[in-house]
Design a binder for this molecule. Structure first.
Ligand code: SIN
Length: 465
């Protein structure tokens, strides 16, 4: 079995670099090193860890343009989005550098004289992370920063499509003074590394962003060693455009949510439900704006939609579009492709489909591509029923200027993230994560630190005051 893999530019098919996979023995050695490093790292004080995190963040910012270029080359996203992702990535480091200093315990009033009851917080141990190709920088720092802030050591396996950003971020972490065994990177096939991570009793926590089937496998595999797990899995986000919505705002924010990263985000708009009284005008405006999007190599000026990541993604998207058209959907724009099979470059032109119905695959499967399917509803309860009719529960969006409609939708949508007149909800200081099969736990905000901490309760008897 070849022990190297090629990292390719999805816009051109050019080989960017050949990376050697770690062998199982090398990964085991790294896990051992991470576990040994934990013994001293956990004793470092919070201000020291915070300072190192800030240095890491500043170094990343110093190299922002170069990192963004690497990201665009290996992922395909437009350079402006990569630059934005570098800021997004460092915002997690900055936030958790601050939070490191706010890991508080507590004392509990006692039930008996002469006792003192304490609760203290401790890092869980060595954390193993498996990160996706769609946000190679931010998904790594969203896991690494709280882990390091808490006093955990960290080992990350990036996606084989986009390891270069992660490798560079880890180098900069070391340059910032974070010890090499405290922050490690391994390369290898997801299934193999996942098994090594989950089998190892040295790893106390697994954190994963990726598909729901892989997440389920990792949860099962983690059971034997009773690891803590944080899972950020698939989504199938509904967008509900209510009768009273500001249509221009709804169109603009739907474009942001739908076409960011060529529709390859877990939180992107996947099912757009528009009140029947405004569906024609919404569809016309969305189509007009979608037609304006410039598709191409993310390194070229003004490009807004890059290639999809690989042939499998492209094939799935085409299948969903064809299925919808065969079952009666109307093509308002898109449905065209620029493809170079030999090189492995796949561009899908931003597509809007109307008259989409519940029998179509696109209403039930995550698309992970730049396709906006439109359907209509007559009343809010119908919209809520369609929106919740999925095993996923990551992000949902709705547009209304009525506080009653907004509150009703917020209460009744079974989703971990709700965007109300907002298509761009993510922030380092807010909890990101899903309900149902979209995941377990949250990343970001104060909620994102807790999973890296153990709670210890100390009951002191014969306490002398
Ligand atoms: C994701 O798609 O998994 C992450 C998107 C985000 O953080 O906004």
């Amino acid at each position: 079995m070849t022990n190297t893999f090629e990292v390719k530019n999805p816009a051109t098919g050019d080989i960017l670099e050949t990376i050697t996979r770690d062998t199982p023995a090398q990964i085991a050695q790294k896990l051992q090193a991470g576990q040994e490093a934990f013994q001293s790292w956990k004793k470092t004080n919070a201000h020291h860890r915070a300072n190192l995190l800030f240095k890491w963040s500043h170094l990343i910012q110093d190299h922002k343009e170069a990192i963004a270029e690497i990201m665009t080359k290996e992922n395909g996203k437009p350079l402006a989005e990569s630059l934005g992702e570098v800021d997004y990535a460092t915002s997690y480091i900055d936030w958790y550098a601050e939070e490191a200093k706010r890991i508080y315990g507590r004392t509990i009033p006692t039930h008996a004289d002469g006792k003192r009851l304490l609760v203290t917080k401790h890092p869980v141990g060595l954390v193993a992370a498996i990160t996706p190709w769609n946000f190679p920088a931010a998904m790594m720092t969203r896991k690494a920063a709280p882990a390091l802030a808490a006093g955990c050591t960290f080992i990350v396996k990036p996606a084989e499509e986009t390891p270069l950003t992660t490798i560079r971020l880890a180098e900069l972490a070391h340059e910032a003074g974070i010890p090499t065994d405290v922050m490690q990177c391994v390369n290898g096939r997801g299934r193999i590394v996942g098994e090594i991570f989950t089998d190892s009793p040295l790893v106390r926590k697994i954190t994963f962003t990726g598909s729901t089937p892989v997440g389920k496998a990792l949860i099962k595999q983690s059971a034997d060693t009773v690891k803590s797990v944080t899972m950020e899995l698939g989504g199938h986000a509904p967008v509900i455009v209510a009768e009273d919505a500001d249509i221009d705002l709804a169109v603009a924010q739907t474009i942001v949510s739908k076409f960011r990263n060529a529709g390859q985000t877990c939180v992107c708009a996947n099912r757009i439900l528009v009140h029947e009284s405004i569906s024609d005008v919404f569809a016309a405006k969305l189509t007009e704006k979608t037609k304006e999007l410039i598709v191409g190599n993310g390194l070229d000026d003004n490009v807004q939609v890059g290639p999809v990541i690989n042939e499998d993604s492209y094939t799935k998207i085409v299948k969903q579009i064809d299925d919808a058209l065969n079952k009666g959907a109307s093509l308002l724009t898109g449905g065209t492709y620029d493809v170079n099979h030999e090189k492995g470059a796949f561009f899908v032109h931003p597509t809007v489909l109307a008259n989409v119905s519940n029998e179509m695959e696109i209403m039930h499967e995550e698309t992970f591509g730049p396709v906006a399917p439109l359907t209509t509803f007559t009343n809010l309860d119908e919209a809520i029923q369609i929106a919740n009719d999925t095993p996923y529960g990551l992000a949902a969006y709705f547009f209304t200027d009525s506080y009653k409609v907004g509150n009703y939708l917020s209460e009744n949508l079974d989703y971990g993230i709700i965007g109300w007149n907002d298509g761009a909800t993510s922030a380092a200081h807010a909890p990101f994560g899903g309900m149902k099969e979209s995941g377990l736990g949250r990343e970001g905000g104060t909620e994102g630190l807790e999973p890296y901490l153990e709670t210890k309760y100390i009951s002191i008897g014969n306490f002398l005051e």
